[in-house]
Design a protein around this ligand. Structure first.
Ligand SMILES: *Cc1c(COP(=O)(O)O)cnc(C)c1O
Length: 452
């Protein structure tokens, strides 16, 4: 018989964490691999911490979303939200699945072009489009979503100058019953700004108003809000038809569907409370189908879903640096990854699984990152079995926003790998190096030398 491993006895104050009706959720078994690849081998080969993306989960999630909409509505088009995760390998998986590109800056616009997305299949959103960006987007006949009047006037000037008819939509914000309302982007529906912008475009006749766009918020948990938004956009499209005898070609409902992460302070876990794609699709498509369009004038339905399509496909592997007792007796575990690369830990309680066998004993703990910064907390309160130095963990549901909002603060950003559908591992972003970070730095001649 194998000798049991000795474990130091601990006296522990009983601390009951936040319970929900399913009890105090803990991990009962370790997660030692991701799709046929052991955590140990991945870390040995690519270093720790390490982001891992599952191509299989991306494709399955996309197919599920696409099915939910296509079974309910005849004309559906997804456009991948670049800012959610713009690693080119990831964008291209979505493009292979048929997604167009949705970009919110000149940088992202160029990234999409470079990936080979035709200009006509790029949706250009956001409040900050430079004159050069707009010229290029007009040249390439992209779909330009106007955010404010200054942009509208600039596009009009460029249209005259370039002798082109830009294809535009306006972004519309509105009251959908979810507060705080996102009213800083685009034109407001209730106060008449949206209708005013429509008239300014239609009566000037220098561009084609091809679509109406809204993106009502992010991590939305209420499908009904999308039903309200779809109804308001449909009503506007029908008003345009009545007044100008022109069909609006598409209605773009933006993104914002919640992923299966758990928001901080939430009573239920994300997997138990997040609405399904079917629920969002039902709310949106019923609104448009019942709005009063005649059959051959139903607008194309565009979706710019970001986080709900990629969050579950992303994992972060990491390693324990040390443990200590805090002054109040709680256990603190220090990891080799912090908020610098896991930005979303500011608003989610990420699920963390140990990646090796552990005993039945668990303890409430705080999980800290390695930064010399007090706000570097990954989990304020989590029930986990004790782990020791060099043990590994997997953080789940980290595919959205972490790889675009990460910051290069006191350490180099880690590598990102993708596991393909045959379980083969591909490096898709190499670990940063001192040289790659210093590449943009310039030392003035007189500062090159010093004596100490
Ligand atoms: C960020 C963004 C999206 C994607 O939002 P998610 O919440 O990630 O689904 C879609 N459209 C626009 C205009 C955005 O700014």
């Amino acid at each position: 018989m194998k000798k049991l491993q000795y474990e130091r006895p601990v006296i522990q104050r009983l601390n009951v964490g936040v319970m929900n009706k399913f009890g105090n959720k803990t991990e009962y078994s370790p997660v030692k691999h991701i799709e046929g690849n052991t955590v140990k081998s991945l870390i040995e080969k690519f270093g720790s911490p390490l982001f891992v993306i599952s191509e299989r989960i991306i494709r399955e999630t996309f197919k599920d979303a696409n099915r939910a909409f296509k079974t309910r509505y005849p004309r559906v088009q997804f456009a991948w939200s670049y800012k959610t995760n713009y690693l080119n390998a990831i964008c291209n998986v979505f493009h292979q699945e048929g997604s167009w590109a949705e970009v919110v800056s000149g940088f992202e616009y160029h990234k999409a072009l470079k990936n080979g997305v035709p200009g006509t299949k790029i949706i250009f959103n956001g409040p900050d489009k430079s004159e050069a960006d707009l010229k290029l987007a007009i040249e390439k006949n992209s779909l330009i979503h106007i955010d404010h009047l200054d942009e509208l006037y600039l596009i009009k000037e460029l249209a005259v100058e370039m002798k082109k008819r830009p294809r535009v939509a306006i972004r519309i914000n509105m009251d959908t019953g979810v507060y705080p309302m996102w009213d800083r982007f685009g034109f407001n529906y209730e106060n008449g700004q949206a209708w005013d912008a429509i008239n300014k475009i239609m009566l000037n006749d220098k561009m084609d108003l091809v679509g109406l766009h809204s993106h009502i918020g992010t991590f939305m948990l209420a499908p009904s809000a999308y039903g309200v938004a779809a109804k308001k956009l449909s009503d506007l499209a029908l008003e345009i038809k009545k007044k100008y005898k022109k069909n609006i070609q598409y209605i773009d409902m933006g993104g914002g569907f919640a992923s299966k992460n758990t928001l901080k302070g939430s009573y239920l876990q994300g997997i138990d409370s997040t609405p399904s794609f079917d629920q969002f699709a039902e709310a949106i498509t019923t609104s448009i189908l019942n709005a009063g369009f005649v059959e051959n004038e139903l607008p194309l339905l565009i979706l710019e879903t970001g986080r709900a399509l990629i969050d579950e496909a992303g994992y972060l592997l990491g390693t324990v640096i040390s443990n200590k007792r805090l002054s109040d007796g709680r256990r603190a575990t220090i990891m080799d990854f912090g908020v610098n690369i896991l930005f979303t830990s500011f608003w989610y309680d990420h699920k963390i699984s140990p990646a090796q066998e552990f005993s039945r004993y668990t303890e409430d703990a705080v999980i800290y990152g390695p930064l010399c910064m007090n706000i570097d907390v990954i989990r304020e309160n989590v029930t986990l079995p004790p782990m020791k130095r060099d043990d590994h963990v997997i953080v789940h549901t980290v595919g959205a926003y972490n790889m675009t909002q990460w910051m290069q603060f006191i350490a180099l950003r880690p590598a990102v790998v993708m596991i393909d559908t045959q379980e083969k591992v591909h490096l898709i972003r190499s670990r940063e190096t001192l040289a790659s970070i210093e590449g943009n730095e310039i030392i003035p001649r007189y500062l090159e030398k010093f004596k100490l």
